[in-house]
Design a protein around this ligand. Structure first.
Ligand code: 13P
Length: 249
């Protein structure tokens, strides 16, 4: 069994001081469950505080929302994988739709970032997903396959096993409109087939996009989903603790 993964992407919310208070609440409200992990992606400025706060919980870890692929140098404003590791990060989101569509990140950028994360021993969480127009044109699977091949093409099975995939349809992010469990499962099956063809059957595949307390259990009842990647509904520590606690109970 792949452990269920509940990943919280705080995006541009929750500074260091608020992060400390967040974990104080979360840690008391959420007791460890067998076969369940909680990962947190705070803004980079809060990573160190967050990493300290989860230090004694083997079921929790902290990652960064983005990295630059160079390990060091004159890249003002950027954060490298080794710097993230030094702050306590153990994972990195790569290719989140907001990085792709707000900041213009390309498939080639995601390939370099995955490689940089792996080199620094950060677990990459590669985000893929189609825009609404692409879905309407029937191009969902072509887009997702292109994003997978662009970021992961050429990696061997052992390396692919170190990666997590998050399927986040762009039209479902922050819109309150989530994919149905069936919609999500159909794409997850395709991603699974892509991975299995390369010998990586154990790679986890998460779903993201307007996941909340009301729909999480239905989504996770779908066996194709190994967890969720959640934005808005992860910002309140009590509600997030309740979601991680009760979904897929
Ligand atoms: P929402 O859960 O706010 O829709 O965000 C999803 C997401 O982008 C997580 O990475």
């Amino acid at each position: 069994m792949r452990p269920l993964l509940f990943a919280a992407n705080w995006k541009m919310h929750i500074g260091p001081e608020d992060a400390r208070a967040y974990f104080k609440t979360f840690r008391t409200r959420y007791q460890r469950h067998e076969g369940r992990e909680a990962w947190f992606f705070p803004p980079a400025l809060s990573v160190e505080t967050a990493a300290q706060a989860v230090r004694e919980r083997a079921d929790m870890l902290v990652g960064v929302q983005d990295i630059y692929w160079e390990p060091k140098g004159a890249f003002t404003g950027a954060i490298s994988a080794p710097l993230a590791v030094q702050a306590g990060a153990r994972a990195a989101l790569v290719g989140h739709s907001e990085r792709r569509h707000v900041f213009g990140e390309t498939d080639e950028d995601t390939r370099r970032k995955v490689a940089a994360a792996l080199a620094a021993d950060l677990a990459p969480v590669l985000c893929v997903g189609e825009k609404l127009a692409e879905r309407d044109a029937g191009h969902t699977l072509a887009v997702v396959n292109r994003q997978l091949a662009g970021a992961l093409g050429g990696l061997d099975a052992a390396t692919l096993a170190r990666i997590t995939i998050a399927y986040e349809p762009v039209w479902a992010i922050g819109t309150g409109r989530n994919a149905t469990p069936n919609d999500a499962a159909a794409v997850h099956k395709e991603i699974r087939a892509w991975l299995v063809a390369r010998g990586a059957a154990r790679t986890r595949i998460l779903y993201g996009g307007s996941v909340n307390l009301k729909n999480a259990a239905d989504l996770l009842a779908e066996h194709e989903l190994d967890g969720v990647l959640v934005g808005g509904a992860s910002l309140d520590p009590e509600a997030w603790a309740q979601l991680v606690q009760t979904a897929a109970a």
